[in-house]
Design a protein around this ligand. Structure first.
Ligand SMILES: CC(C)(COP(=O)(O)OP(=O)(O)OC[C@H]1O[C@@H](n2cnc3c(N)ncnc32)[C@H](O)[C@@H]1OP(=O)(O)O)[C@@H](O)C(=O)NCCC(=O)NCCS
Length: 140
């Protein structure tokens, strides 16, 4: 998986948001604690800092969805983050992103916070961000 592969998948997955460039992915991959899991069709980029893991982004191309690929990538990140010393995992998701929220709930995350009007939605009202958390001591 090259930074260009990641940027291409991210652009397809986040059709209505600003895509991350290959340079941005390259810079992130060079940072300490950053972990890449999955495949070019469905990947997760996360980071471990001391005992906390965070999901930076997660994307599956539209024509590879509902095949369990994101769940598999998330499980791989869970296992690698745990081996790197993380005890909890956090992520942030738009409150109007039903597919992602369904995935995270299915993977054991619970909502622990909310940032009001966090994601701009053009002419529509901004969407809240949900903060979700999972205890990594529990099995996947
Ligand atoms: C969210 C996303 C990563 C899910 O990827 P995926 O590879 O299709 O997910 P999976 O096939 O692994 O789904 C696993 C489970 O998550 C839930 N889920 C995933 N997509 C869903 C949907 N559209 N509706 C309802 N539940 C869904 C289901 O429980 C599913 O299990 P099931 O298929 O057995 O019912 C994908 O839709 C995507 O890339 N969306 C755009 C980018 C994005 O929102 N990223 C997350 C930002 S926080």
């Amino acid at each position: 998986m090259t930074p260009s592969d990641l940027a291409a998948t991210h652009r397809l997955a986040f059709a209505n948001d600003r895509p991350w460039s290959a340079v941005e992915f390259s810079d992130l991959l060079a940072q300490r604690g950053v972990i890449l899991c999955g495949t070019a069709d469905s990947f997760i980029l996360g980071r471990v800092t001391f005992d906390e893991a965070e999901v930076l982004t997660l994307a599956t191309t539209p024509d590879h969805r509902r095949r369990g690929l994101a769940r598999t990538a998330l499980t791989e990140f869970h296992d690698r983050a745990k081996r790197a010393g993380a005890q909890t995992m956090f992520l942030e998701v738009a409150a109007d992103n039903a597919p992602a929220i369904a995935l995270y709930l299915a993977c054991g995350f619970a909502t622990v916070g909310r940032r009001r009007a966090y994601y701009a939605r053009g002419d529509a009202p901004a969407a809240d961000a949900l903060i979700m958390r999972r205890d990594l001591s529990e099995p996947t």
